[in-house]
Design a protein around this ligand. Structure first.
Ligand code: HAM
Length: 419
């Protein structure tokens, strides 16, 4: 039988050991920064009731209309692989009464999300986000602090980025703006692309997000939401900008920034990087004060963001990786069976002392083992042969400067500790 060789599905991929170091670096950095700012981790299920996302993200959004991985389980329940985590976090916050008694709840998460999107550079069907949500405050200062935290995360990773902010108004002022926008659009729809013409009626705000080149000059001329904000939203936006200024965070006001999820009110923002092409957003977020009620909970203020890990990994400069590579500290090259047993015991003790060891089991000449050590990027090689077995002293070679000397096990431990 001629069986087809199976491979990954479109929009998914294996993340191989060669690349994983980049992921670990970002994840470690994120956990460190989140701790500094007082965030705790939450892990929610990878699948939830479809209704959670349909209601939370909004029935007219592209995500809900076209991109969800939805299926029925054996009990006939409609299940969806999470396309994002904010709705899940708010659900969990209410389900576990996390807001009870305390003012602010600060949570972060890290993991895969699923969207059936057209494959494109920087766009996957299983992609990874690191995100955080602050529940329980409508203060604009918390928004600026969260953005400061994201920048503190990105900067040591060598990422050049630009912050774009906007206010998308609230239930009181946005409907009026949408009406003004719709009227302006229908007056002359001819120059717009087919998607825009359709959206003018069905999902008017999304026209602002159109990427088609020929639409751009016409979209730029449309009314701007910032001119239609109610007094409260307008004041909130000014205060938010004031807090950014105080923290010396540079930003651009982008009146066309509307985001692809319906739950946002007031502050919306994205962080973009020029190195990514069309899918240039590495971070997206904003305020979602009404989301809890949409999900059947009490009124809860919320503000958060999610960062696209796949995109960050793509644009992280190599230099950052090289400086923190987790290569083996020591490659042990045993020559023969008895030497292998001794090398194994040495590696055991050295690992207990925190030395990263790689041991070669299949023998081979010293030359071939040296080649392997080189390939692995080992910083040192320890040779265990007949002489070493009897003397209990081992030849160690530094791969960085080719220095070679011999040392007993306690001396080796001492040496690696001193590095
Ligand atoms: P989002 O803008 O849909 O927001 O996604 C946030 C980030 O996830 C994007 O800026 C991008 O970097 C990454 N991303 C999204 N889709 C893909 C994809 N198909 N492939 C690769 N990366 C992708 C949210 O998800 C909101 N939950 C953010 C939020 C949290 N708002 C408030 N709290």
């Amino acid at each position: 039988m001629d069986e087809k060789t199976l491979t990954t599905l479109p929009g998914t991929r294996d993340i191989l050991p060669d690349e994983i170091l980049r992921w670990h670096l970002i994840e470690d950095q994120a956990r460190r920064i989140f701790a500094l700012y007082g965030f705790e981790e939450i892990r929610t299920p990878l699948f939830e009731a479809t209704e959670l996302f349909a209601r939370g993200i909004g029935g007219e959004t592209d995500i809900v209309q076209k991109e969800m991985y939805t299926f029925e389980d054996q009990s006939g329940r409609s299940i969806t692989l999470r396309p994002e985590a904010t709705a899940s976090v708010v659900r969990a916050y209410n389900e576990h009464h996390m807001g009870r008694g305390s003012g602010l709840t600060k949570l972060y998460y890290l993991g895969p999300m699923f969207r059936y999107e057209k494959k494109q550079k920087g766009r996957w069907r299983q992609f990874y986000q690191i995100g955080s949500e602050v529940l329980g405050s409508d203060h604009p200062a918390i928004e600026a602090e969260v953005i400061e935290m994201i920048l503190a995360l990105l900067e040591p990773l060598g990422i050049e980025s630009r912050l774009q902010i906007n206010s998308v108004g609230c239930g009181a002022c946005r409907p009026r703006y949408v009406e003004v926008l719709r009227e302006a659009l229908v007056k002359d729809l001819a120059p717009f692309c087919e998607d825009c013409r359709r959206r003018a009626e069905t999902n008017t705000l999304r026209v602002l997000d159109c990427k088609v080149e020929s639409c751009q000059p016409y979209i730029d001329r449309l009314p701007k939401i910032t001119d239609y904000l109610c007094e409260e939203c307008s004041e909130h936006f000014s205060r938010f900008k004031g807090y950014l200024d105080e923290a010396r965070i540079a930003y651009e006001v982008a009146p066309r920034l509307v985001r692809g999820l319906d739950y946002y009110v007031r502050t919306a923002f994205e962080i973009i990087s020029g190195d990514l092409g069309a899918q240039n957003a590495i971070v997206g977020g904003g305020r979602y004060d009404g989301l809890s009620e949409i999900l059947g909970g009490p009124p809860v203020h919320g503000f958060g963001f999610a960062l696209g890990l796949d995109r960050l990994v793509m644009i992280m400069p190599d230099g950052v990786i090289r400086n923190s590579a987790s290569k083996p500290d020591l490659f042990l090259a045993p020559l023969g069976e008895a030497a292998l047993r001794r090398a194994s015991a040495l590696a055991r003790t050295l690992r207990q002392e925190g030395v990263r060891c790689q041991l070669e089991f299949d023998g081979g000449s010293l030359r071939s083992q040296m080649r392997l050590a080189n390939k692995l990027g080992a910083r040192h090689v320890l040779i265990v042969g007949d002489t070493e077995l009897t003397s209990d002293r081992y030849t160690i070679k530094s791969m960085e400067d080719s220095r070679q000397w011999d040392a007993s096990l306690p001396e080796l431990v001492q040496y690696f500790k001193s590095l």
